[in-house]
Design a protein around this ligand. Structure first.
Ligand code: SF4
Length: 230
């Protein structure tokens, strides 16, 4: 089947709230799949998770943190040694450079502690808005919603946003939910994207929000019109 276009209109707010409430009931224990023991490990794991799966990162980080358990140790690591350990996560040269520089920043500018503040987090090497949001929500219970590829896709398919950038999607989603639910909503959407609303083909027949979602009608129209039609 060709790529499924996103809905061109947002669903009414009442429907959006019903969709989100259903996802909340479906994924009541949604948490990050990354394995970590402290905020430093979480931050490094999130940086490593770019363009790969959390499962792949979880296979890599035990060896990394066994050798470099603290920002001080990782900040002094040789890049080639770190590259060897994280090679399977992809983009390993850039990631090794970033996590070493990030660890060094944490030591030199923040006394060895991962900062809580968004601006401080985003000032660290390799840390963008999404990474900062994940760390703020998961490690510090701050109000933050992270838009990754799953959140972007699922919220578009549900008609919750027409945003063309992660920031626009974030703004649409945070406008629908009280701040205390932003962190959990990230995980409802990620888990739903992994389990049911998959790329490229969603499993709409098994989806608990099927009746409230505009995308099944789009898929039906595509099937009726035949291959190649949007
Ligand atoms: S109905 Fe289909 S497109 Fe809509 S959220 Fe569920 S799986 Fe995704």
């Amino acid at each position: 089947m060709p790529a499924i276009p996103f809905p061109k209109k947002k669903v009414p707010r009442r429907i959006a709230l019903e969709q989100l409430a259903t996802l909340e009931r479906t994924y009541p224990h949604a948490v990050t799949a990354l394995e970590y023991e402290d905020e430093f490990q979480l931050l490094i794991a999130v940086i490593l998770s770019a363009q790969t799966t959390d499962a792949r990162v979880n296979m890599t980080t035990p060896a990394l943190f066994a050798k470099y358990p603290t920002p001080e140790k990782l900040g002094r690591a040789r890049q080639s040694d770190v590259e060897q350990i994280i090679r399977s996560t992809g983009f390993f040269r850039m990631k090794a450079k970033n996590i070493i520089a990030c660890a060094r920043d944490i030591v030199e500018r923040f006394g060895g502690r991962v900062p809580h503040d968004r601006d401080d987090l985003e000032s660290l090497a390799g840390v963008g808005r999404k990474t900062a949001s994940v760390v703020m929500a998961a490690a510090f219970q701050e109000e933050a919603l992270a838009v990754d590829t799953h959140v972007f896709r699922v919220s578009h398919r549900l008609g919750l946003t027409l945003g063309t950038t992660p920031r626009q999607v974030e703004d649409d989603l945070t406008a629908l939910l009280p701040p205390k639910k932003w962190g959990d909503a990230t995980h409802w959407l990620i888990m739903h994207g992994r389990a049911i609303c998959k790329a490229p083909t969603p499993l709409c027949d098994r989806c608990p929000v099927n009746e409230l979602c505009p995308t099944p009608a789009i898929i039906k129209r595509m099937r009726r019109r035949g291959p190649g039609s949007p």
